[in-house]
Write a protein that binds this ligand. Structure first.
Ligand SMILES: [Zn+2]
Ligand SMILES: [Zn+2]
Length: 340
């Protein structure tokens, strides 16, 4: 089979490899679509911590079951499936409590082990979610990033009519926004990039504000009847943004950090305390998040295809991924398509 290997920063090569073996508890999938993530871009650029070369990247993967191990009963050859890329240890305290996404020795396909940019991928049956019906493979490959938003927003404990501010209108910010909307929340986004704001408004019909405008706080108050937000979700990974999120929540509101900031964060202790905020952090997602996103997609509350702006055939992916890194290409989400 053909595999696209990332040998080092900006250094891709196509290799012919033997087809993967399929142990009794595994399912071998013919890969059909791989959606490219911000973390893939960081890996290509060589600034993804925990990443080792050479690696086949791609953790947002859709395909069709090609072969199943003899112990697998819940998936059949021909089923359309989506990869759930987390590989938890299954025995640590987090795993035993069902929080497999926060496993103390978590690995991911496409990061610690070879991922989707190859013609076939074998993984344990528990890592594949069956997608009923015949949706487009490209849309299915977009489910994983939608589960990141689902997992983050679940921490807000939203009620219909609650107000949510999502800071950062990139793909993960939009994922959080559309998931918050499924709870009946009123959602507003903030992003300093005018193209992102326009995309958000035109495609998702959600208001997006410029956080650097001097009247930002005043506008936030105006659109929330003076109360500010029940939930603030920060996807920027930017220190300055994350240190000021408490300013946008109502009394007793909740903050969720999705973007990872590697520096030290400081907040004004007294002002922060007086709002009695909940501060939470989110990592990855679980099977429950996949099932929720799938359900709300089927009900028509969210549409993975809205995120996809670019596609490229697998044989041209090495070249295209080098281009998609550049912001001027205007890629929101790009998908690598495999010949059917
Ligand atoms: Zn991702
Ligand atoms: Zn574990």
């Amino acid at each position: 089979m053909r595999a696209l290997v990332l040998n080092g920063p900006y250094d891709f090569s196509y290799e012919d490899r033997p087809d993967p073996v399929c142990p009794p508890d595994h399912v071998m999938v013919r890969v059909e679509a791989v959606c490219i993530c911000g973390s893939d871009i960081h890996a290509i650029q060589g600034h993804q911590p925990l990443f080792t070369f050479p690696r086949v990247i791609g953790h947002e993967v859709a395909g069709t079951v090609y072969k199943r191990g003899r112990d697998v009963t819940d998936l059949a050859v021909g089923d359309r499936v989506c990869l759930m890329p987390c590989i938890p240890c299954g025995t640590c305290r987090a795993c035993r409590k069902g929080r497999t996404n926060a496993c103390s020795s978590l690995e991911l396909y496409g990061v610690h082990r070879d991922g989707g940019l190859q013609e076939y991928l074998a993984a344990p049956a528990v890592n594949w979610l069956k997608i009923p019906g015949i949706p487009k493979a490209e849309a299915v490959s977009m489910l994983e990033p939608l589960t990141i938003g689902a997992h983050a927003v679940a921490k807000l404990d939203l009620q219909p009519g609650d107000r949510v501010l999502v800071v950062g209108a990139g793909p993960i910010g939009m994922s959080c926004a559309v998931n918050a909307r499924t709870y009946g929340a009123q959602v507003v986004l903030a992003d300093s990039n005018p193209q992102r704001r326009a995309f958000c408004q035109d495609t998702f019909h959600l208001p997006a504000l410029d956080p650097f405008r001097p009247d930002y706080l005043q506008t936030l108050r105006q659109i929330t009847d003076g109360d500010l937000f029940d939930g603030v979700v920060d996807t920027t990974a930017a220190k300055a943004s994350m240190e000021t999120d408490w300013k946008w929540i109502c009394q007793g509101g909740r903050i969720v950090f999705v973007g990872i900031c590697s520096g030290t964060l400081e907040v004004d202790g007294l002002s922060f305390h007086m709002r009695e905020p909940g501060l939470m952090v989110t990592r990855n997602s679980t099977r429950r998040d996949f099932e929720r996103v799938l359900e709300y997609w089927r009900l028509g509350f969210l549409d993975p295809e809205q995120f996809i702006t670019h596609t490229v055939p697998f044989e041209q992916a090495a070249q295209a991924l080098g281009q998609w890194i550049k912001p001027e290409t205007g890629v929101f989400k790009g998908v690598v398509q495999f010949p059917v």
